[in-house]
Design a protein around this ligand. Structure first.
Ligand SMILES: NC(=O)c1ccc[n+]([C@@H]2O[C@H](COP(=O)([O-])OP(=O)(O)OC[C@H]3O[C@@H](n4cnc5c(N)ncnc54)[C@H](OP(=O)(O)O)[C@@H]3O)[C@@H](O)[C@H]2O)c1
Length: 336
């Protein structure tokens, strides 16, 4: 079978090589999935350039955490799946529900081998059925970006109809957050560097858009739009460079979900939260139970994740380069 491997010490996408590997055989409790589509996350850019937590890759690694496909073989004792089931793997191995186990939660794509491969073995514990209304390309957007957005808005923030949600940028996490927030009946304000993307976000359901390049004081815009009340929930994918403005955008008893690392520097003094009785909540993707809850909501609400562009497997390096420059809207997908 074909697989892409990122060489140990990778600093750029030139280290991504197409190789032949033996097809895997399932052991007890395992399934073999014919991967049909994978999606790229910001994290994958950090891994390929050696900037991810823990530094450069220590060994040759199959990249990407997110993939969807169909079960083609099951090992002894498998009860959760059968051949032909349409599934996706979870971002973390061995985090089913509740708090994670005391031992580390290893993640796909680093340190574990990922999904950019034709056939991948999963423990049956670490896979979920994908929503029936999604193509493999759409379902491949979910394991990292989808579960993160779901965890932030639904598991932690418990968005209610009539609440206000601020999403930063129009990347993978933010667009899925926009879709979940709208399905929950919230008012969504979204920011972007591009008026064109803001127009597209409104077509997906955003109520208000702010261009953070032409309106660098976007926190003041949020206050204006909300008549000085601030928003109830913030999907904070920016990181330390946007945090001060998120602190100025959140309303009384609001919640900021700390998710991203897109920016550096900036003032991270948390005292504005004190004045607002607001909170900052860390998010690290999520567990399998959240993934399953999200999939039910996607199916019932007929949510179609936004796929910006699909690249064929042999154009994977081009997909990485396209995604790197952040001209995408929603998700970039590779068909396998
Ligand atoms: N903690 C977790 O569990 C977790 C999980 C998933 C992702 N993340 C993190 O969340 C962030 C987003 O990930 P992603 O995969 O969704 O990224 P992505 O799809 O690559 O999206 C990047 C988008 O972010 C927007 N952006 C960039 N700089 C910005 C800024 N200064 N202010 C507002 N928006 C800005 C841009 O949108 P426009 O083009 O519209 O300007 C850009 O297209 C990353 O830092 C990633 O590491 C964390």
């Amino acid at each position: 079978m074909k697989a892409y491997v990122l060489l140990a010490g990778s600093e750029n996408v030139d280290s991504l090589n197409l190789v032949e590997r033996p097809e895997p055989e399932p052991g007890p409790g395992q399934i073999v999935v014919r991967i049909r589509a994978c999606s790229l996350n910001y994290r994958d850019q950090a891994i390929v350039t050696g900037r991810y937590f823990g530094g450069k890759l220590q060994r040759d690694t199959i990249p990407l955490s997110d993939g969807a496909g169909e079960v083609v073989a099951t090992g002894p004792g498998v009860t959760r799946f059968k051949a032909g089931d349409r599934v996706a793997g979870t971002f973390f191995e061995n985090w089913v529900d509740g708090p994670p186990a005391a031992e580390a939660r290893p993640a796909l794509g680093s340190p574990l081998d990922g999904t950019l491969v034709e056939f991948r073995i999963f423990d049956q514990r670490d896979a979920v059925m994908i929503p029936g209304n999604l193509s493999f390309e759409e379902a491949a957007t979910l394991p990292c970006a989808g579960v993160t957005a779901w965890n932030a808005l639904m598991a932690v923030s418990r968005v209610k109809p009539g609440d206000s949600v601020l999403c930063l940028g129009t990347g993978g996490v933010s667009m899925l957050a926009l879709q979940f927030a709208k399905a929950a009946g919230a008012r969504v304000i979204i920011t972007s560097s591009s008026d064109e993307k803001l127009k597209r976000a409104k077509a997906v359901g955003a109520d208000e858009g702010i261009n953070y390049k032409t309106s660098p004081a976007w926190d003041k815009e949020v206050q204006r739009i909300t008549a000085g009340r601030g928003v109830d929930h913030i999907v904070e994918v920016g990181g330390t460079g946007t945090l001060a403005k998120s602190f100025q955008s959140v309303g009384f008893k609001g919640n900021i979900c700390l998710i991203g690392v897109l920016t550096t520097g900036g003032d991270t003094n948390p005292h504005p939260l004190m004045l607002r009785g607001a909170s900052l909540h860390g998010i690290f993707v999520g567990n399998r139970a959240m993934f399953e809850d999200m999939n039910r909501a996607i199916e019932v609400n007929r949510i179609q994740p936004i796929v910006d562009k699909v690249f064929p497997f042999e154009k994977t390096r081009e997909a990485y380069r396209y995604h790197e420059f952040q001209s995408h809207f929603g998700k970039v997908v590779i068909s396998v």
